[in-house]
Write a protein of this length. Sequence first.
Length: 137
Amino acid sequence: MSWLTNLLMIVQVIAALAVIVLVLLQHGKGADMGAAFGGGASGSLFGATGSANFLSRTTGVLAALFFIVTLGLAMIGQRPSEAPASVMETAPAAPAPARPSDVPPAGSAAPAGSTGAGASDTGQGAPKNGAASDIPK
């Protein structure tokens, strides 16, 4: 599907540049009066009205191609998104609650295997500022 997207993007850019060039090549209605008074450029390649018809038709065809390619790119780029049925489906899972056997009773000493800076005789953790010398004994 990537090659199709790349191909359509290339066609779209070429069509856009061609439409820009063709619009700039066309002359407005006011240019016909200037051609009547000696402007020889109006009959140079396609005749007096032939260039206007050819350029107008080509611009219309390229503009239609540009819009069709744009719609094709929009349809290819559209990805169906599955919306969740509720907000709770997108919420992260809550942590598992602690089992009563994992939580030591209040006022008890730290487990025998722990030798951290926060363990003390009173069962309190480390102070908030992290200084071990501030722990009362």
